[in-house]
Design a protein around this ligand. Structure first.
Ligand code: HPA
Length: 251
């Protein structure tokens, strides 16, 4: 397989823009409008299309994101892989606030979301293979880029994906821990499954914003989450720049 020359980047909370765009793409299709127009960046001969998952004004909470339209926009742009950035809570000790990790597993606790491109009776049915939900070339490339950039990351994690927008109860977090989850977030599903259905290589970079609710005496606050994310996004950007450079002809 040749080196990808078109990649998609989905920004989560804390990453709502990426750099100096050279273009902007308004995409719509049979699944409706994506969260925003897609900004285009060029790194050498690599095109990167950036989509802020929650919209430009952060107007789409996790349960109201049109994940199908978002993934479909990348399909229409014929990207060869998607990198998604997800803010999460840390459950296991290896994932403290500020940690960057590449999940390799997930458990889907969301409900009521449009979770497939085949929502209607009679639509083409796919029983998508999803045993390794994040595995693919993009995940391996991110791991390599992190090492090359000298950025500490954790390779592997199981993420519990919750409906939100409220944070979890302490008992829910204990249950997720017993279920084998290391992280908790609200946005990996159905995004990852739709990307797989669309035949797109999809990898996630998780950024721990806080210890999961109930693990500490103090309640989780948005102010603390935002401060941790602002710091961590400096390393996220470095990692992504390294990744894109490796896919471009700029060396
Ligand atoms: N729970 C769910 N989603 C999150 C959290 C959390 O603690 N922190 C950031 N996203």
């Amino acid at each position: 397989m040749s080196t990808p020359k078109r990649l998609g980047l989905i920004g989560g909370t804390g990453l709502d823009h990426f750099g100096e765009a050279v273009g902007s793409h308004e995409i719509t299709g049979s699944f409706g409008a994506p969260s925003a127009s897609l900004a285009e960046y060029r790194i050498g001969n690599l095109q990167v299309f950036f989509l802020p998952r929650h919209g430009e004004q952060h107007q789409f909470p996790p349960h109201a994101v049109n994940y199908a339209a978002n993934v479909d926009a990348f399909r229409q742009l014929e990207v060869e892989g998607i990198v998604a950035v997800n803010a999460v809570g840390g459950i296991s000790e290896n994932y403290p606030p500020g940690a960057l990790s590449f999940p390799d597993q997930l458990i889907d606790y969301t409900w009521g979301r449009a979770h497939t491109f085949s929502m209607a009776a009679g639509d083409d049915l796919q029983h998508t293979e999803f045993a390794l939900p994040f595995e693919g070339r993009m995940r391996q490339a991110m791991i390599k880029a992190a090492i090359a950039a000298g950025i500490n990351t954790v390779n592997g994690a199981c993420i519990a994906v919750t409906q939100g927008p409220r944070l979890e109860t302490a008992a829910e977090i204990r249950r997720f821990s017993q279920d084998g989850c290391d992280l908790v977030g609200m946005t990996s599903m159905p995004e990852a499954a739709l990307a797989r259905e669309a035949g797109l290589d999809y990898a996630s970079l998780c950024v721990t914003a806080n210890w999961a609710p109930g693990l500490e005496q103090e309640p989780v606050t948005m102010a603390a989450i935002e401060a941790t994310l602002a710091q961590a996004m400096i390393r996220v950007r470095e990692l992504l720049e390294q990744l894109f450079e490796e896919f471009s002809d700029v060396h």
